[in-house]
Design a binder for this molecule. Structure first.
Ligand code: ADP
Ligand code: MG
Length: 295
């Protein structure tokens, strides 16, 4: 490809709201056949709110939300921020000792004389040996079916309730998936969230069930990209989070949401300034056109 033609492509990209690291990026874009989409913050808005609090029998809603939000006040995760904000609206939050966050799983801390853990139900089961009672299993499954995420709240050796959080699928996401398929590309959904929520979001945007990879820990997202590459695929990955950065760097083409974290943007080849997934399709189309002109 001649430098001049690539520079023209880069200029057009800027008009479309795409920032490109270097003109050579357009070359790898052309061969992409698989597009991995992060769920939260990429396909969905990533702006989480608390939608429901489900205590176990005999437990108080305010206490479950209050203790969960108190521990989550130290979290930078969108789920943590939503829970802390909802709890904070009901009153001042007490201090936390020994706060710790475990990426992609949950948080813990001591409030007064209570050791509290908030996170993925399977993490509480495996790491803290506390299981969801049946009533909460039903509620958690229902939340997942609705595309929402249920996090479990436990203290003193027992699960005390669920906090259900969720965000919205972006209005442009289904159209973007349709356009990817029309270009002959295979869209896939990659998320650390539960299988239920992942399948619900996939259904809403038209990604087939067998193209959903859920409950992937932050450090394992990069392995998913590598595995697909070993199968001979040329992989584009679109993401926004700190937990997407390694996968974005490993992908043949990394695309960051401009609305996302700096780490994701730095790891990527392209940045979609407005965080609109349709612009990812524009980027792929543009590179094909630019290179077709040159040939
Ligand atoms: P995603 O890939 O959707 O960005 P993450 O890897 O960040 O998801 O998180 C995966 C899961 O880990 C969440 O769905 C949630 O169950 C759990 N989790 C992570 N951080 C927290 C937190 N601060 N509070 C509660 N749960 C958390
Ligand atoms: Mg994300």
């Amino acid at each position: 490809a001649t430098p001049t033609a690539l520079m023209v492509g880069t200029g057009r990209a800027a008009q479309l709201g795409i920032l490109i690291k270097g003109p050579e990026v357009l070359e790898s874009t052309r061969r992409v056949d698989t597009v991995l989409l992060d769920k939260t913050g990429t396909v969905t808005t990533g702006v989480m709110t608390v939608l429901d609090v489900v205590p176990v029998a005999g437990q108080d809603v305010g206490e479950v939300l209050g203790l969960a939000g108190t521990v989550e006040a130290g979290s930078e995760h969108p789920i943590g921020r939503a829970v802390a904000e909802a709890a904070g609206r009901r009153g001042d939050l007490p201090a936390v000792d020994g706060f710790a966050a475990t990426g992609g799983l949950g948080v813990q801390g001591v409030v007064g004389n209570r050791a509290v853990a908030v996170g993925r139900p399977s993490w509480l089961r495996d790491e803290w040996s506390v299981a969801l009672p049946e009533s909460l299993q039903v509620a958690a499954a229902a939340a997942g079916d609705a595309g929402r995420t249920a996090v479990a709240v436990a203290w003193d050796g027992e699960v005390r309730g669920l906090v259900v959080v969720g965000d919205e699928v972006k209005a442009s996401s289904a159209e973007a998936v349709r356009q990817l398929v029309a270009l002959g590309l295979q869209p896939m959904l990659l998320t650390g969230d539960g299988t239920g929520a992942a399948h619900s979001v996939a259904r809403q945007v038209g990604i087939p069930e067998d193209a959903v990879i859920a409950e992937v820990l932050p450090q394992d997202k990069v392995a998913v990209v590598r595995r697909l590459q070993e199968q001979g695929r040329v992989v584009a990955m679109v993401g926004d989070g700190v937990n997407d950065a390694a996968a974005l760097a490993q992908a043949d083409l990394g695309l960051a949401m401009g609305t996302g974290t700096d780490v994701a943007i730095e790891a990527s080849d392209l940045t979609l300034v407005r965080g609109d997934l349709r612009v990812a399709v524009d980027a792929i189309r543009l590179s094909r056109r630019t290179l077709a002109v040159i040939k």
